[in-house]
Design a protein around this ligand. Structure first.
Ligand code: ATP
Length: 238
């Protein structure tokens, strides 16, 4: 566990009304780390992301780069550079690829130069988006839409990127391509929190993994110590 984390949640819990969906846990991301959040359906992975972002009722405290992250104030959280790529991608289907990307950088206002610089960076990572700038986002393949969702998040110039199951519904080859790109971003220094059900793929990239089960932290895993599927299954069914 990193001594000097960029993101640190202490005793973080979440509830929906009266229902406690996440029992208190500590969660940290160190500088340049890619941290995976694993667990079966309904384990609380999405809820953990929402709790970090302050989108649900939470207990405990979340700090980012040394000061506390506001609760129930998504705009302020985004201003701090904490950016989510939501499950189901959240792109605007009828709008073009270019328009979706521009939306990601709306905080820039009229700074066209900086917007172009960020777009250039997105096209380096995802050349296919450049070829499809004028196309309606909803008419692209699932993999391309996921690239667009990540590209749009990058247009906000994140200091940390949170992704909720980017592989959902994608063919294995497309999924690997997307995860590889996350690895590239991470190796360039961007901290990443990656929620995934497909544990083996996520563990290949992750520096650390948190395993959730039934709304609780079941284990913190060092990927280098997971040698086999069997061993991973033991964590899941412990
Ligand atoms: P999945 O992979 O299916 O999205 P998950 O691990 O992300 O699973 P969560 O979506 O965080 O799980 O859900 C955790 C628990 O909280 C589940 O029991 C779910 O039914 C419940 N839950 C999620 N959202 C709400 C909500 N808005 N209101 C009430 N309960 C909710």
């Amino acid at each position: 566990v990193p001594a000097d984390p960029v993101l640190a949640a202490r005793g973080l819990s979440a509830r929906y009304g009266e229902v406690q969906a996440l029992a208190p846990l500590d969660f940290v991301v160190g500088p340049g780390e890619l941290v995976a959040v694993l667990g079966p359906n309904g384990a609380g992975k999405s809820t953990l992301l929402r709790a970090i972002l302050g989108l649900v009722a939470t207990g405990g405290e979340v700090s980012f780069m040394g000061s506390s992250l506001p609760r129930r104030n998504p705009a302020a959280v985004a201003n701090r550079g904490v950016v989510l790529v939501p499950e189901g991608r959240g792109i605007f289907g009828p709008m073009t690829v270019a328009e979706n990307l521009e939306l990601g950088s709306w905080r820039l206002g009229r700074d066209a130069r900086e917007r172009q610089r960020r777009m250039g960076r997105v096209f380096e990572l995802f050349p296919r988006l450049k070829e499809r700038l004028g196309q309606a986002a909803g008419s692209m393949s699932g993999g391309e839409q996921q690239m667009l969702a990540i590209g749009r998040a990058l247009m906000a110039d994140p200091k940390i990127l949170l992704l909720d199951e980017p592989s959902l519904g994608l063919a294995p080859r497309v999924m690997e391509e997307i995860l590889e790109t996350l690895g590239v971003l991470n190796r360039a220094g961007l901290p990443v929190v990656l929620v995934e059900q497909r544990a083996p793929s996520a563990l290949k990239l992750a520096h650390r993994a948190y395993l959730l089960s039934l709304g609780r932290l079941a284990a913190v895993i060092d990927p280098r110590e997971v040698q086999s599927h069997d061993q991973l299954a033991q964590y899941y069914f412990a």
